[in-house]
Design a protein around this ligand. Structure first.
Ligand code: AMP
Length: 216
């Protein structure tokens, strides 16, 4: 099954993708995670992408499309995946179509998570990530037992550089301008499933699994 998860930053795409990977074994591919790893490793791609990410802007299409093309070709991953954070604009969506049709494949579902804007700012501004194992916390909604330390591995928790309030608002503006038009793009192709993204992660996952035919 090939799924794209759409939704503004903070709508819960990453959380849902991780839960679905656990529940139905579908491979989660997050372009934001791949780019952050490239920045941390100071690869050529990471160095080119870093300034855009720190401002909350989109990384240029050519870089991201090249990166995702490579990833999808690894181990025949194009057969089954859940994409989180890609495509981010119509040009990327068209590039994804081309990558898949080259292999005689197509998307099965595009799931759009709807969450209101103030809730998003709250969610993102409180988000903390473990630098060692990647576990996620929220200072109010899901705090670690010891402030600043990961419950699972004891690693230090940090705020993502682009999760500060000013940058969050810039990322939401970029979403409205560039990514929201994808909703219409996929609706026209009959692929779009809009889901209420408010409420607990487990409730939202239930709704998502029903929409993609994995739960009744
Ligand atoms: P995310 O973790 O999905 O919120 O992504 C973090 C940042 O990585 C974004 O604000 C962009 O700067 C960059 N990024 C992630 N995915 C893409 C994409 N598909 N196209 C362009 N930039 C991206």
């Amino acid at each position: 099954m090939r799924i794209v998860l759409l939704g503004p930053p903070g709508s819960g795409k990453g959380t849902q993708a991780k839960l679905m990977q656990e529940q139905i074994g579908i491979k989660h591919i997050a372009t934001g995670d791949l780019l952050r790893a490239a920045v941390a490793e100071r690869t050529e791609l990471g160095q080119a992408a870093h300034a855009y990410m720190a401002r909350g802007d989109l990384v240029p299409d050519a870089l991201v499309i090249g990166m995702i093309g490579q990833r999808l070709r690894q181990d025949g991953i194009a057969r089954s995946f859940l994409l989180d954070g890609f495509p981010r604009n119509v040009a990327q969506a068209e590039a994804l179509d081309q990558l898949l049709t080259g292999d005689h494949l197509a998307l099965d579902h595009v799931v759009s998570l709807d969450v209101d804007r103030e809730e998003i700012v709250q969610r993102l501004a409180g988000r903390r990530t473990c630098t060692r194992c990647g576990a996620m916390y929220h200072v109010r909604f899901d705090p670690p037992a010891t402030p600043g330390a990961c419950d699972r591995c004891g690693g230090p928790l940090v705020q993502r550089e682009d999760d500060r309030e000013e940058t969050i608002r810039a990322r939401l503006d970029v979403y409205d301008r560039s990514t929201a038009p994808l909703v219409a793009f996929y609706r026209d192709r009959g692929l779009l499933r809009s889901i209420d993204g408010m409420g607990s992660a487990a409730d939202v996952m239930d709704r998502v699994l029903k929409e993609v035919g994995q739960r009744h």
